[in-house]
Design a protein around this ligand. Sequence first.
Ligand code: SR1
Ligand code: MG
Length: 423
Amino acid sequence: MTETRPFEALSVETLASRLGENEALTERIGSDAGQWKVREVGDGNLNLVFIVEGDKGAAVVKQALPYVRLVGDSWPLPLKRSFFEYHALTRQEARAPGSVPAIYHFDETQALIVMEYLSPHIILRRALIEGRELPNIALDIGLFMARTLFRGSDLSMAAKERKADLALFADNVELCDITENLVFSDPYFDASMNRHTSPQLDGLVAELRADRNLKVEAQRLKHLFAANAETLLHGDLHSGSIMVTDTETRMIDPEFAFYGPIAFDVGMLLANFWMAFFSQRGHEEKGSRDSMRAYLLKVTAETWAIFRAEFSHLWRTERTGMLYQRSLFEDQGDRLGSEQALDHMLSGIWTDLLGFAGIEVHRRILGLAHNADFETIADADLRATCEAKALRFGRHIAVNRRRIHSIDEVNNLAALIEQESGI
Ligand code: SR1
Ligand code: MG
């Protein structure tokens, strides 16, 4: 049953009485709501997340709040982000089956989604901080990105269907606005919500903000983000939006979904692996992280290789949309023409993903929304050393993205910067 009353935030105390008659929940976790155990576990920047356990099982209830949780009610944020998350999850499930949690129920007025409780999964970022070398993430995430990004684009979809979807997600204005400001602009001037490890990083931060080429590049990337409505993006694909076990990987939290450039999701994701790499020095109290560092660079190379291979496979077998139509190439016996176009597309994605990755690194160290990879390093000098390396790496790949041709080149650079001493 869907509630008809106006939006009201749930709490641990009220959840069972509010949702005790909800069939999606009672079917899965048991109908004796008086026995339900409810925990609020949300540690993200925006929403409430509850785990509800009954005698038959458990489920997750995620509810949007009318403001940014990280900042408070001084920053209102519309509830409709829950609508976009729900619609993005259904499309991701159709395009990359098994890659997202199952959805049991959506209530638009209450801005809540009831979904599968993933257990014993943990957030990927936490696993990487703990130094866990997960064997499947490159394969699982590479496939997820290739399938969702290819199948959500004009390479695959019927034009009418894609344009309708583009119109639907175009209304996710406020979440795009967060990305447009927090990712592409705020890090490059002294915006009011910014913070960084100070005074250790003050000199480097001033240098970055005075770097004209970097600022121009960040704005060119912002332009691309805003104007290139290429595919349905996850929109916030970092290691905090992925849940893992040793053998399973699920993508969560696509509330920032909208139509944008393919390279954005890929660049954000790889940036988070590179940040995990630079943060390892700060997590060596229980032993060397040399092996973890090598693992993380291998993961970036494998993720990109899997993405390329699957995207190429889909290009050759599922290119049913209006772009690069088969009637111009394969049907004319011109397979080489089709391969040339594919190569062109992949090299464009590569160049742009380096830019998006570079600025994602910057915003996590200079902006409002930092990440736990660095934040959990208690010693400020050590944290600043790790962050400074990541900042220099980010600047290099963003500014030089047109001159960097392989992932090995990027990973060699990361390894070189990691070996340097001091800030
Ligand atoms: C105010 S929201 C800050 C960040 O949290 C989300 O996870 C997105 O990454 C956003 O940029
Ligand atoms: Mg999130």
